[in-house]
Write a protein that binds this ligand. Structure first.
Ligand SMILES: NC(=O)c1ccc[n+]([C@@H]2O[C@H](COP(=O)([O-])OP(=O)(O)OC[C@H]3O[C@@H](n4cnc5c(N)ncnc54)[C@H](O)[C@@H]3O)[C@@H](O)[C@H]2O)c1
Length: 380
């Protein structure tokens, strides 16, 4: 199947990025948003950015102009009628999204693939109201879409069995790293990554260590590019909190994903990280980043606690076959920049050591949060 005409709905953070990716790879893009001015502004920003990059020699001026000229602003949904594929990236609201699909189904051809970039809504639930649910699939880009290689492809229960492969090939041809994920809350990355934030927050809430110590431990012992608190400040503490809350609720309040009160309070105080100038760190002009008090024994404890929780989550995803082992490891490296895949890392550290760390945590806290994946004890 040839996919040359791509409709993108929503010209916010994700929509304009997805439009750029499709256009860069030669597709004709129709970009629609209810807010026409927002789309104009987004396209103008992209124009300036690409010209700046061309000035620096990152691409030629012709390439930059080509990317811009292939993106057409759609004045209404009707303008998307010739699309081979439509990717929706509007507000994270099920009712609003499904209303758009109902309108869209009457406009596009019967062959047109419909996709959502949702981070947290079940693909099956988004598809079930459609006249043709088989053509619907999740295509989940990461922020910023033009830079992050990973794209999760999520077939719902009603999706045509051949569609994931078609989309996989398309995303590969767009020079991205596709992985196929089961339609579970958080898909692969947003589920497996939860303890990176959640366990770090607990360590700080319990006054075992400071945010800068946790960040330093994860960077020095784990080679993570950013520590959990630096990363939460970048993502936005409110956004990160909302993802955790959704995953927690959607797994029927599994204590493993219980959100942090500290994070809730920070959201309430609008200490949201870089975007408000202050989060776990201060981003104001003359602010000094606190220097962590190094403590070898404490750092080892922090690292083992967080990495064991992460590896346990990856092992549980493997057990439930949320994705293949290769895709589970690839997703964490290409979606959130982990230095290694977690399954490979578990093997390297030794699954017995991971299991012992979790057993000690469970004994200490008597909380189900620290239960082990049944598969963990069978892994060597
Ligand atoms: N921001 C992220 O980091 C990120 C990452 C991956 C996935 N997502 C998902 O991508 C989607 C979009 O997120 P975003 O961060 O780009 O949001 P955003 O708020 O930046 O943009 C959303 C856009 O949708 C438009 N819109 C709202 N209702 C509409 C409608 N009925 N028809 C047409 N346009 C409409 C708004 O005007 C706005 O421009 C969400 O489903 C989100 O969960 C976001």
């Amino acid at each position: 199947m040839n996919i040359n005409k791509v409709g993108v709905i929503g010209s916010g953070t994700m929509g304009i990025g997805i439009a750029q990716v499709a256009s860069t790879n030669g597709c004709e893009v129709f970009l629609y948003d209810i807010d026409f001015e927002r789309t104009q502004a987004a396209l103008e920003n992209l124009n300036q950015l690409l010209r700046k990059l061309a000035g620096k020699g990152k691409l030629t001026l012709e390439e930059a102009e080509g990317i811009i000229s292939r993106i057409k602003i759609a004045k209404n949904l009707q303008d998307l009628q010739d699309s081979d594929l439509v990717i929706e990236a509007i507000v994270e609201n099920k009712e609003i999204k499904t209303k758009v699909y109902a309108d869209l189904e009457n406009i596009v051809s019967a062959q047109c693939i419909l996709a959502s970039n949702t981070s947290s809504i079940s693909i099956t639930s988004l598809s079930s109201g459609l006249k043709n649910s088989e053509r619907f699939i999740g295509i989940h880009f990461f922020n910023p879409a033009p830079l992050m290689p990973l794209v999760e492809i999520i077939p719902g229960l009603l999706t045509d069995k051949k569609l994931p492969e078609v989309v996989y090939q398309l995303i590969k041809s767009w020079k991205k790293t596709p992985v196929i994920a089961q339609d579970n809350p958080g898909f692969i990355v947003n589920r497996i990554a939860r303890p990176f934030y959640g366990e770090a927050l607990r360590i700080v809430e319990e006054k075992i260590a400071t945010p800068e110590q946790v960040d330093d431990a994860m960077k020095t012992l784990g080679n993570f590019k950013m520590g959990p608190f630096e990363l939460m400040d970048l993502i936005g503490i409110d956004v990160n909190y909302a993802v955790t809350t959704t995953v927690y609720k959607d797994y029927y309040y599994d204590p493993k994903y219980k959100p942090s009160l500290l994070q809730q309070r920070m959201s309430e105080a609008r200490l949201l990280g870089r975007k408000t100038g202050k989060g776990f760190y201060d981003y104001s002009e003359n602010a000094q980043k606190p220097i962590p008090e190094k403590d070898e024994e404490l750092y080892e404890k922090i690292f083992m606690r967080i990495i064991s929780m992460l590896i346990n989550e990856a092992v549980e995803a493997k057990r439930l076959k949320i994705a293949t082992d290769e895709d589970i490891d690839l997703a964490m490296q290409k979606g959130v920049n982990y230095p290694k895949g977690l399954l490979a890392w578990g093997k390297e550290i030794g699954y017995e050591k991971i299991s012992a760390t979790l057993r000690n945590l469970f004994e200490e806290y008597q909380e189900e949060r620290y239960r082990q994946s049944p598969l963990l004890k069978n892994l060597k």
